[in-house]
Structure formats: structure tokens, C-alpha cells
Design a protein. Structure first.
Length: 268
């Protein structure tokens, strides 16, 4: 997709979501390089942001962010729609130099195994999380992470994870499967098998959700927060009164989110 076409698409989508104030930032999304990771015939499209002053002798943090269901596809562009601008602000890139990866799910794929649960009237009431292995995309993503670390430019003690909606579900799943990888994580309007929270109790979390979310019930975030508190984990929780599913707009506006994220690193 040509640069000016991408900008036009993003401007229309941003305006349609009622966040026109972010439109000017769409012009800077071209700083994310286009990339493709292929392993054993499977392909993962992703965009990657490199540190502003990239010293090849230095190891930098890595942030992986998982998009929601509406951004699935194969254009390797729309996954930047929600959150891509967060990491390209001059102040952020100067104070917190890092590699940032936005992978894109193929259409009809999911980050994590899950099924939608409905009531007798066909209304969504939650999710069912089957006892299954990681999805193919999750496996590819972890192989991509490994390849970036092996390249010698990533600080393996400072790898962070975030995601919204479907990506929030993926965030909880990846936390449970690979807790030893992540230095901190921020799931936004996500869900998962809360019983698995014990697996990642050592990973600091900042959870976000809208009080009146009709797509992903807020009860999941409340349950994760309470469970992690009971486990004496480092966890923060922001629930936004009167806000629906798109609470990521509020979450991304939190001035302490980026400083909080980069303040953490694993000790082993």
C-alpha cells in the first residue's frame, strides 16, 4: 500500500472512531518499517519501530502490541490504527528508546484459543477458553521475538506486552503460556481464564476496562485484578465509568502508562 493511501485510510478510520484529534499522528506511522516473518511456510506480517538514535552496540527494550479483531487482514497497516501513535511521540522516543512491534493477525484468526459464549437469545455473554495449545500465530510471534533477541539488539530482561480487545485476550494467554518472557504487560478490555493468573503473578500488570463494555464483559478484568491482588502481585486497574468497549482511548491517554511500563525489568 502506498504511503499516501495508508494515510488516507487511517484518517478516515480515526475520524469514524471519534478520535479525529489523532489524525495528524497518522502521517508519522510510516516510521514503522514493513516486515514479514516466515518460518516453515507460515507467514506473520508486522510493523516495527526502531529506536530514534539506534546504537547498534546497545541493547534496547522490546514492546509487542496486539491489535483487536477489526484490524485483522493482510495489508500490514491497519494494526497500527489503535496505539501506533503512542510510541512515535518525540518525547516518548527520546526518553524511552525501544523497538516496538505491531504484528497483524490474518483474517478470521485469533491471538489465543477462544470461543464466544451466548445466551438463549443469541446475545454475547462471555467467552469459553478451551484447553488447547498456542495458536499458530502465537507460535510465530514467539519465534519472531526469539529472532529479534538473537540479533543482539534486544534487552531480554525488558520485553513488554500489551493488547486491546482480541489483543487483550491474546495478552492474557501469552502471559500464562510464557510468563518468564515478560517484564510487564498492559491488557486493555481483555479476557481469559482467570484461573491461570497464578502462572504470571510475577509479571507486573496494568489492566484497563470500560465499565459498560458490551463486547468483552468488564467482569473479566475485575476478576483478574482481585485474583492478582489476592496473590500479592504487582497490579494496577483502571475502570472507566460510563465507557464502553473503546476504553483504549482513555488508556492510551494515561500519562503514566509509558513511564510505568519501561520502569520494569526482569531480574532473571
Amino acid at each position: 500500500m502506498k504511503k499516501y493511501t495508508l494515510v488516507a485510510v487511517l484518517m478516515l478510520q480515526l475520524t469514524g472512531l471519534g478520535v479525529a484529534a489523532q489524525v495528524t499522528n497518522a502521517f508519522n506511522l510510516s516510521v514503522y518499517s514493513y516486515a514479514v516473518f516466515i518460518r516453515n511456510g507460515d507467514t506473520l506480517h508486522y510493523r516495527i519501530l526502531t529506536p530514534l538514535q539506534n546504537d547498534r552496540q546497545r541493547k534496547y527494550p522490546l514492546v509487542i502490541f496486539l491489535h483487536g479483531s477489526a484490524e485483522r487482514g493482510n495489508d500490514n497497516a491497519t494494526q497500527l490504527l489503535n496505539g501506533g501513535y503512542l510510541f512515535i511521540k518525540d518525547a516518548v522516543r527520546t526518553a524511552y528508546p525501544a523497538y516496538v512491534v505491531f504484528p497483524q493477525l490474518p483474517t478470521d484468526s485469533t491471538w489465543a484459543p477462544r470461543q464466544i459464549s451466548q445466551d438463549s437469545a443469541g446475545h454475547r455473554i462471555g467467552f469459553i477458553f478451551p484447553d488447547a495449545g498456542p495458536t499458530k500465530v502465537e507460535q510465530l510471534l514467539m519465534l519472531l521475538k526469539d529472532s529479534l533477541v538473537k540479533a543482539g539488539t534486544i534487552n531480554s530482561h525488558r520485553i513488554y506486552l500489551g493488547g486491546l480487545s482480541l489483543g487483550g485476550i491474546g495478552t492474557y494467554d501469552l502471559l500464562a503460556r510464557y510468563p518468564q518472557v515478560w517484564a510487564a504487560a498492559f491488557p486493555i478490555c481483555g479476557a481469559g481464564n482467570v484461573a491461570f493468573a497464578v502462572k504470571f503473578k510475577e509479571v507486573p500488570l496494568w489492566i484497563f476496562h470500560g465499565e459498560i463494555d458490551q463486547r468483552v464483559p468488564v467482569s473479566y478484568s475485575r476478576s483478574y485484578y482481585k485474583t492478582l491482588q489476592d496473590l500479592h502481585a504487582e497490579v494496577k486497574y483502571n475502570e472507566y465509568p460510563g465507557v464502553g468497549h473503546n476504553c483504549w482511548i482513555k488508556a492510551f491517554a494515561e500519562p503514566d502508562l509509558i513511564p510505568w511500563l519501561f520502569s520494569h525489568q526482569r531480574t532473571k
